[in-house]
Design a protein around this ligand. Structure first.
Ligand SMILES: [Zn+2]
Length: 211
């Protein structure tokens, strides 16, 4: 859930492919449509299929759930030929190589990563797939243990002071220019600070109930 009705920014740039966004809170914009997954009926899945998205953006649990459905042949989601965008919230489990394999074998499309906090985007991968660019205004730093800390863009934290918050991810902050031409720092994520297997299992089982 994004609190500020920000525009969804596709990692591949503008104009975005036709994208189904499974997080609520983004404002309406061309070529993206928000779907609100519910565990009480299948209607949202039918609507998702009807939209014929070229790309789907959602949490890791949501995308793994769709991958398992696709492998089982329902729904097929054959229109997804562009990409998947995994949207992480800070302190959520990070993508493992097994997750990546599972998404790849189901959809066979590039996977992009984005990091959000409740108020919006903090970092996003780009077409170079070589680290995550810090979102405009967001600041990132690594502590002595190698954990990445973030500060939301100025306009968001005005009322809350200048504190940095821990992201739950290990990584480094680098400043070399990116192949894509964007400037600013990039994050290289090494993995989660703790393997939050319990949290992950709960998220997956909650999604499994939809099936
Ligand atoms: Zn780049």
């Amino acid at each position: 859930m994004i609190a500020r009705r920000a525009a969804f920014r596709h990692p591949a740039g503008a104009p975005p492919p036709r994208t189904a966004v499974l997080l609520s809170g983004f404002r309406r914009q061309t070529n993206t449509k928000t779907f609100v997954p519910t565990s009480t009926n299948y209607r949202w899945l039918e609507k998702l299929q009807e939209y014929e998205p070229q790309s789907i953006a959602g949490s890791l649990g949501q995308l793994l759930f769709l991958a398992s459905l696709r492998m089982a042949g329902m729904p097929r989601l054959d229109s997804v030929g562009h990409s998947l965008v995994v949207t992480f919230h800070t302190e959520q489990p990070w993508l493992t190589s097994e997750d990546r394999d599972e998404l790849w074998s189901a959809f066979g499309v590039p996977i992009y990563e984005q990091i959000y906090c409740a108020s919006g985007l903090l970092a996003t991968e780009c077409i170079a797939h070589d680290g995550l660019h810090a979102a405009k205004g967001a600041q990132w730093t690594a502590d002595a243990n190698g954990e990445l800390w973030f500060r939301e863009p100025l306009s968001w934290w005005e009322e809350r002071g200048e504190a940095f918050a821990p992201s739950g991810l290990f990584g480094t902050v680098e400043a070399e220019p990116c192949e894509c031409g964007q400037t600013g720092v990039r994050l290289r994520i090494a993995g989660p600070v703790q393997r939050q297997t319990l949290l992950r299992t709960r998220a997956l089982s909650a999604w499994a109930q939809v099936a």
